[in-house]
Design a protein around this ligand. Structure first.
Ligand code: PLP
Length: 401
């Protein structure tokens, strides 16, 4: 392993901010009370949870009572999709759910699960940049549609979806059908980089995960607009107003609240700085490496996301070669890369299997520098032709590259 790691996998996870770790610490030690306990120690924990709830609600322009704490992005998404779908099914409202093929597996696999209970999923296609058309989403909604779910920003190619436009198109479609269509967005990759104002976005549910914005792993939140049909998916004690049972992860919740406060306060300065770094990396890579192609949109893209495919390069070998020189990057979704299947996102964007397998995702954070970008590009200039040589040699011998 190299002496120094250049970490460019912030879409995978982020380091916990030191102020976040400091804020969490007392809740592991002296402030260990159960928020449901009636003594002072319990009340102190309940106050800390309330304070974090207020922080999240302020960032989302929501009411505190509309925030449900969960164990992370996947649980928020499961809770949102199943909670709305089953409530609607019980009310006899219909069975159709509309989404896109580039969602995270937390959405796609939950939709597959719901299909086993009679739901029908309609996935509206995306263009070659990974963007969905709001009118196509609205057109997929019929009188039996119980939920629409479209992610705010894609974790692999960084495509930012026109959520507010989709919400407007859905409201118009809903009006013509005489029903309100609950709209969920997976905003896990948006926090710290994009506005999360649920009124401006026009969403009824929004999922967040603390470890993507310098908070702890295993802490998340779901925004649930008041009045949205919802059936609790985790039952037990009455925590989270009977919407998610279980003793609260107090240190995690405190950390999440603090992390969102910090990242929201830093956003205005962070976004131009990180997008300039990203553009420097992309400009050099696309100009100096033949056969390098940008995956995803040129604009309407997460400021910290670069995703490039290299023709005739095996993405796994590329990541290993980068790791050997201390560069921690990714080929796509951190949650699926262990299987080394071509990315479902790139395939949905019309990429062929080989191209989808030769992609590199670089996602930046506040600690990255221009010198690091130059180092990564210099390494790519050396490694990519070497790997292409391997590919040619192995074709000749018949061994897979
Ligand atoms: N949604 C998106 C877009 C993600 O990128 C991820 C994680 O990579 C998740 C959901 C799942 O979040 P968590 O790891 O907190 O379960």
């Amino acid at each position: 392993m190299a002496d120094r790691i250049i970490y460019v996998d912030h879409a995978g996870t982020t380091p916990v901010h030191p102020q976040v770790a400091a804020a969490m610490h007392p809740y592991f030690t002296e402030q260990f009370g159960n928020p449901s306990s009636l003594h002072g120690l319990g009340a102190a924990s309940a106050d800390a949870v309330d304070d974090a709830r207020t922080a999240i609600a302020e960032a989302l322009k929501a009411r505190a009572g509309e925030i449900i704490f969960t164990s992370g992005g996947s649980e928020s998404i499961n809770t949102a999709l199943k909670g709305v779908a089953f409530a609607q099914q019980l009310a006899g409202a219909g069975q159709r759910i509309v989404s896109t093929p580039i969602e995270h597996h937390a959405v796609l696999h939950t939709l597959e699960y719901l299909e086993r209970f009679g739901f029908e999923t309609v996935l509206v296609g995306v263009d070659s940049d990974g963007r969905v058309d709001p009118d196509e989403v609205a057109a997929a909604v019929d009188e039996g549609t119980v939920l629409v779910s479209v992610m705010l920003a894609n974790n692999e190619v960084g495509a930012v979806q026109p959520i507010a436009e989709i919400a407007r198109a859905l409201a118009a479609r809903g009006e013509s059908l005489g029903r309100r269509i609950p709209f969920h967005t997976d905003a896990v990759q948006g926090a710290g980089q994009l506005g999360l104002d649920v009124q401006a976005l026009g969403v009824d549910l929004l999922s967040l995960s603390a470890h993507k914005f310098h908070g702890p792993k295993g802490a998340g939140a779901l925004y649930l607009r008041r009045g949205t049909p919802f059936l609790a998916q985790q039952t037990g004690g009455g925590q989270e107003r009977n919407r998610r049972a279980g003793t609260e992860n107090v240190p995690g919740i405190v950390g999440m609240g603090q992390a969102l406060r910090i990242s929201e306060a830093a956003r205005e300065r962070f976004v131009p700085r990180v997008s300039a770094l990203r553009d420097h990396f992309l400009d050099r890579t696309l100009q100096e490496i033949p056969g390098a192609i940008l995956n995803g949109p040129g604009t309407s893209r997460l400021p910290n996301n670069a995703n490039v495919r290299f023709e005739n390069v095996d993405g796994q070998l590329l990541l290993e070669a980068l790791d050997n020189v201390g560069i921690a990057a990714s080929s796509g979704s951190a949650c699926t890369t262990s299987s080394w299947e071509p990315s479902h996102v790139l395939l949905a964007m019309g990429c062929d299997q080989d191209a989808a397998a030769g992609s590199l995702r670089v996602t930046l954070g506040p600690e990255n520098t221009v010198e690091e970008m130059d180092f990564i590009v210099d390494q790519l200039i050396r490694i990519v032709p070497e790997l292409r040589g391997d590919a040619v040699a192995s074709e000749a011998t018949g061994t897979p590259a």
